[in-house]
Write a protein of this length. Structure first.
Length: 427
């Protein structure tokens, strides 16, 4: 999504440049980390059903699911083949796992159900592509979607394993074509939510300048994905992966010329912990430094001043009418993204939002715009309590605040190595 250059220039810090070092990758899968990944405790809490939890076995380097082999890679999910000679068609899921899947996949509004729908819809989009170029790009996005959803399953209050999202046939097909997410969902962090990836795919297919087509296609996909709304909405019974708002921004240059349009989505994951994880990892890795600064230091008077000709339009999906309606920016966005022109404009009487800084669609779209236009980015002023601040001094604060939050939120998982060494998924 962002070039290596932007990431490495964003944080010259050693730990980022060493992010993809051979050393950290080879040391990543110690026997210890794999065996500790599924401690007795996590196994039993993962599935309250005894019959299901008893079916998992942990060997020194591989996790076995009786009945089927998924992948031979460390941290991959291995499902035993139990006598290939007697089973020429290959791999079979244990009947108990099938029952577990069947029981849980029926729950409307569960992450399992929403994840299954989202992945299969994305797979359709991938399979519809005919040109080699789009096929390759969407293959990468598909891999990223799988990883992002498996990650959300892994940190979900009731842990959901990749195998729990699918029927046997779907599982084998996906693992065959996209094995990397199955191997790395519990060691590598995603860089964004599934919906942000879907949005990029739609923009790639329809073209960034065709705003109406992008939104119409998105509306159609969401209609097909939509889950009936339960009357009593809570974290556990209503986990949709849909982003409520999307934002489109562009920049009109002083000497003439307009940039292309950049799209962003609001966070499409449920749960306070999940949101904090995504915002923190985006500040550390995904968003361009000036946007990450505004979000990470918003509570301490951090903001950025953008030219007035940076134009942002946000749209909220109206579920009843199945289309997008214009949406004014919230007070958070007005506070941290100063100077930009928002259409429709902010409503002064608006109550303070109850979502965190960085949650909004404006963040992702502005980050993409600044990342794509270095000359514009250069003009953007960094502010602290309305005074000019020194970004070089703040760079480390942004990085260390984000890292500290990730360490707090992910303690006890295999996403952290040697304290704060974190790897990000690359499709
Ligand atoms: Zn906002």
């Amino acid at each position: 999504m962002y070039s290596d250059h932007s990431v490495s220039s964003m944080y010259s810090d050693h730990s980022v440049s060493s992010m993809y070092s051979d050393h950290s990758v080879s040391s990543m899968y110690s026997d210890h980390s794999v065996s500790s990944m599924y401690s007795d405790h996590s196994m039993s809490s993962m599935y309250s059903d005894h019959a299901v939890s008893s079916m998992y076995e942990v060997s020194c380097r591989k996790v076995h699911f009786h009945g089927l082999v998924l992948a031979g890679e460390p941290c991959g999910l291995e499902l035993r083949t139990g006598g290939m000679a007697n089973n020429p068609q290959g791999q079979r899921l244990d009947p108990r796992r099938k029952r577990f899947f069947k029981r849980n996949i029926k729950v409307e509004g569960s992450l399992q159900k929403s994840g299954n729908r989202f992945i299969l819809k994305f797979l359709e989009i991938y399979e519809e592509q005919i040109t080699d170029e789009l096929k390759t790009v969407i293959h990468g996005y598909m891999s990223e979607v799988l990883h992002s959803i498996f990650f959300l399953g892994n940190i979900h209050r009731e842990k959901i394993m990749p195998t729990d999202f699918f029927e046997e046939k779907e599982l084998l097909k996906l693992n065959n074509k996209f094995s990397k997410p199955f191997n790395e969902f519990c060691t590598h962090l995603p860089t964004r939510t599934p919906f942000s990836i879907l949005l990029d795919a739609v923009v790639k297919i329809k073209g960034s300048q065709n705003e109406t087509q992008v939104m119409e296609y998105l509306s159609t996909l969401l209609k097909e994905l939509s889950v009936p709304k339960p009357t009593n909405m809570t974290y556990s019974n209503y986990y949709t992966l849909e982003a409520t708002v999307i934002c489109i921004c562009h920049y009109e240059r002083t000497g003439g010329g307009i940039t292309k349009k950049f799209y962003g989505a609001s966070l499409s994951c449920k749960g306070q912990r999940e949101r904090q994880v995504i915002i923190s990892l985006s500040c550390r890795h995904t968003w361009t430094l000036k946007v990450a600064y505004a979000v990470a230091l918003a509570g301490e008077g951090g903001a950025i001043q953008l030219p007035q000709t940076v134009k942002c339009k946000a749209f909220k999906r109206n579920r009843e009418k199945d289309h997008y309606c214009e949406e004014p920016p919230c007070t958070n966005c007005i506070n941290i993204f100063k100077g930009a022109t928002f259409e429709p404009c902010h409503i002064e009487a608006d109550e303070d939002p109850n979502w965190p800084y960085g949650n909004c669609a404006e963040t992702e779209s502005l980050s993409k715009l600044l990342n794509a236009d270095p000359a514009l980015c250069e003009q953007v002023q960094v502010l602290k309590n309305n005074m000019t601040a020194d970004l070089d001094l703040e760079r480390n604060t942004v990085w260390s605040n984000a890292t500290r939050k990730l360490v707090d939120l992910l303690t006890g998982t295999d996403y952290l190595r040697n304290g704060n060494d974190i790897l990000f998924f690359v499709p």
